[in-house]
Write a protein that binds this ligand. Structure first.
Ligand code: A3P
Length: 304
């Protein structure tokens, strides 16, 4: 009797193993993309900023490429969440099907973070770094607009750019720029980029002209495909200019949902800022812009 039941258990186990093998075989035949997925420990490329430079649109546009997988949320790993550890960071990565597929993460806070360059280098000295910049005066106004609406939502006192951006110097009694004000200091591209150059060679970093990208994404995307060593694939037909929004929307062939435009907080009307304030900001940024051009060996049309 005992022998009989042992035999039954063994036969049962063999049958179960057989069914599992069959199931696995059929699964591989019908869902090959599901079986072979795996997780990379970290991204291959980072969009480090600049905040309000067009980072979300750039990430979405790069995601049109077959070989690109993106981290949807900003992880803030190298600035705010570093103590959570590399294991946590790995868990944030999307699955990939092949080693050739690349993962891109974007957190604009990395660009202005003192610690991020060193930490990124420690994790992967070969990381490809992407920075999208934009006219610093309009970037500042965009940043300010975002801060303004955040404060409005939280019922807080509303800021005025011309007041926040300048202060009286105690020694000279003259009006100077307020470098403690983030919407201003975030636009000092030279200062932040110099930190990155301490750890990464310029050849490892790619600068996207955000103003050009916004108006004509394809050229900037072509240059990025080359930088990321991806086959040329993103097509003009995947980029749809939405007249109502005034921006390009993206047709991702990997997804069933058709054309995707960015949300309301991207490309919204800026808070009104007087010409005088714009001019004062432009005068202040001029020196920093030239320093940045020197660092990146390239110029941008940022006159006002
Ligand atoms: P504005 O809101 O000042 O127009 P980020 O994603 O880094 O926060 O950048 C937001 C900016 O992306 C927007 O700033 C907008 O100008 C720019 N942008 C570029 N291409 C865009 C697109 N296709 N859709 C929406 N915004 C886009």
């Amino acid at each position: 009797m005992t022998k009989f039941s042992t035999r039954c258990v063994i036969i049962g186990l063999i049958c179960l193993a057989f069914i599992c093998l069959q199931y696995n075989f059929l699964f591989r035949v019908y869902f090959p993309h599901r079986v072979r997925t795996f997780r990379k420990p970290h991204p291959d490329a980072l969009i480090i900023g600049v905040r309000k430079g067009g980072t979300r649109a750039l990430l979405e546009a790069l995601n049109l490429h077959e070989a690109v997988r993106i981290v949807r949320k900003e992880t803030h790993f190298f600035d705010a969440n570093y103590t959570l550890g590399t294991g946590w960071y790995a868990e944030q990565m999307p699955q990939v099907d092949a080693e050739e597929q690349i993962i891109i993460e974007k957190t604009p806070g990395y660009f202005t973070s003192k610690n991020a360059p060193k930490r990124v280098h420690q994790l992967n000295p070969k990381m490809k770094i992407i920075l999208i910049v934009r006219h610093p005066v309009f970037r500042t106004i965009s940043d300010f607009t975002q801060v303004y609406y955040n404060k409005l939502e939280q019922n807080k006192t509303l800021p005025i750019l011309s007041i926040e951006s300048f202060k009286i110097d105690e020694k000279s009694g003259k009006e100077v720029i307020n470098l403690d004000y983030k919407p201003v200091s975030n636009s000092l591209y030279d200062v932040h980029f110099e930190n990155w150059l301490k750890y990464f060679d310029l050849s490892q970093m790619h600068i996207v002209n955000g103003d050009v990208f916004r108006a004509n994404p394809l050229n900037e995307l072509r240059r990025l495909e080359t930088f990321l060593q991806l086959p040329r694939q993103i097509q003009a037909s995947q980029l749809h200019f939405d007249r109502k929004k005034g921006f390009f929307c993206f047709e991702n062939l990997k997804k069933s949902s058709k054309i995707h435009c960015l949300g309301q907080s991207k490309g919204r009307k800026h808070r009104e800022v007087s010409e005088k304030t714009q001019k004062k900001l432009a005068d202040f940024f001029r020196f920093h812009n030239f320093q940045f051009f020197r660092l990146v060996n390239r110029t941008f049309s940022w006159d006002l």
